[in-house]
Design a protein around this ligand. Structure first.
Ligand code: PMP
Ligand code: GLN
Length: 383
């Protein structure tokens, strides 16, 4: 293994899901739903397979999906993208992020990330030979946020890019317009690229609203936005994502992406194009149901003795383990399956500043109510 990838080992999600299987535990670790996406969309995938959509799709993606993505960005956010030159279909958001970083960050360039950061960011930045510069999100007034001065101090002569994930996994924060303005100010001032990971764009709760960074003044021209179907339509296994950006950035992404996978799976693309056009009411109901599940899990975690931070979006709750007398989230996450038969994610693996994250574990609530209830029952035995 090349030195720059040493230390990345196995992703925490694979490790913890394997642990769940091995111990027969309830898996509230890796974020995937235990119910299926909209039936019409599943039928569209089957139909695509049955009707011969089984050979290479065009590298940039099926035109019908690129058009559906462009229409979605326009209808929902007022953002205009040319489906032929400014939309590119990828193998999930993961590939979109990797291709963007590899295409746009030079060796030695710095990429700012908000920690706790999604694990693929660190690996991808390392793969590019670039350097990550974390800015820590800390709980403040019931949500995780950053100090704008710390963000400003993180920008230096080698800064190339700010990677912004909102709604944020695992913190659950949906950045406010003011927070996004603070990021945008720095991008405009220092001529930085913003790479936005918007995979939870539909999964926001209460009055939290997802605002794409590209909608802010002067930001469309410097933003590479990434999203995917996995979370929106409960098909995390379909690995169908997209990049929307000005044409020169999309061409850069294309140059890299075409040699990683050439194209993303065809039948899924057809079904996702259908879903973006016809299943957004289904997504609204999914959002409502996830909000209720969030409240169910937060209440349960609090009853079990954790201090839970109620997320504004995503699938995940960050739980502070200190009220239960624990201090090391990794130790607890490794012991939980044996102790009570529940798997969670130790959030500290997403931090450079281990002290900031060592007392959190992340629980997923994209599960059936009875699964959440049973997990909570088990967790109550901890106290
Ligand atoms: N970014 C974040 C923040 C995620 O939580 C995930 C997992 N859905 C991804 C990217 C990867 O998305 P995909 O499965 O579409 O590659
Ligand atoms: N996004 C999912 C999570 O945060 C995991 C995806 C993966 O396993 N790579 O749980």
């Amino acid at each position: 293994l090349v030195p720059r990838m040493q230390g990345f080992g196995t992703t925490i999600f694979a490790e913890m899901s394997a642990l769940a299987v091995r111990t027969g535990s309830i898996n509230l670790g890796q974020g995937f739903p235990d119910t299926d996406g909209p039936p019409g969309m599943l039928d569209a995938a089957v139909e695509a397979i049955r009707s011969g959509g089984n050979q290479y799709p065009p590298g940039p993606g099926l035109p019908e999906l690129r058009r559906a993505v462009a229409e979605q960005r326009r209808a929902r956010y007022g953002l205009e993208y040319d489906p032929d030159t400014e939309v590119y279909i990828t193998v999930g958001a993961t590939e979109g992020i990797a291709a963007s970083v590899l295409a746009l960050a030079n060796p030695g360039d710095e990429v700012i990330v908000f920690e706790p950061y999604y694990d693929s960011y660190a690996a991808t930045i390392a793969l590019a030979g670039a350097v990550r510069r974390p800015v820590t999100l800390r709980p403040d007034g019931g949500r995780f946020t950053f100090d704008p001065d710390e963000l400003r101090a993180a920008v230096g002569p080698r800064t190339r890019m700010i990677l912004v994930n909102s709604p944020h996994n695992p913190a659950g924060t949906v950045f406010t317009r003011a927070e996004l303005e603070a990021i945008a100010d720095l991008c405009r001032e220092h001529d930085l690229i913003a790479l936005t990971d918007e995979v939870y764009e539909y999964l926001t709760f209460d009055d939290a609203e997802h605002i794409p960074l590209a909608t802010l003044d002067g930001m469309r021209e410097r933003t590479v936005a990434v999203s995917s179907a996995g979370k929106t339509f409960s098909v995390t296994g379909w690995k169908t994502g997209w990049v929307t950006a000005p044409a020169p950035y999309v061409r850069a992404v294309q140059t890299v992406k075409q040699f990683m996978t050439y194209a993303a799976g065809g039948p899924w693309q057809r079904a996702v194009a259908y879903a973006l056009r016809n299943e957004l009411d289904w997504v609204a109901r999914l959002r409502d149901s996830l909000q209720a599940k969030r409240d169910r899990l937060v209440a349960g975690l609090e009853a079990a003795g954790f201090a839970a931070v109620r997320p504004q979006g995503t699938y995940f709750v960050q739980a502070d383990i200190r009220p239960l007398g624990f201090t090391d989230g990794m130790e607890l996450a490794l012991a939980l399956p044996e102790k009570v038969g529940v798997v969670a994610i130790p959030t500290q693996v997403f931090y450079d500043d281990a002290a900031a994250g060592s007392h959190f574990v992340r629980f997923a609530f994209c599960k059936k109510d009875e699964v959440i209830d049973e997990a909570v029952e088990r967790l109550r035995r901890l106290g």
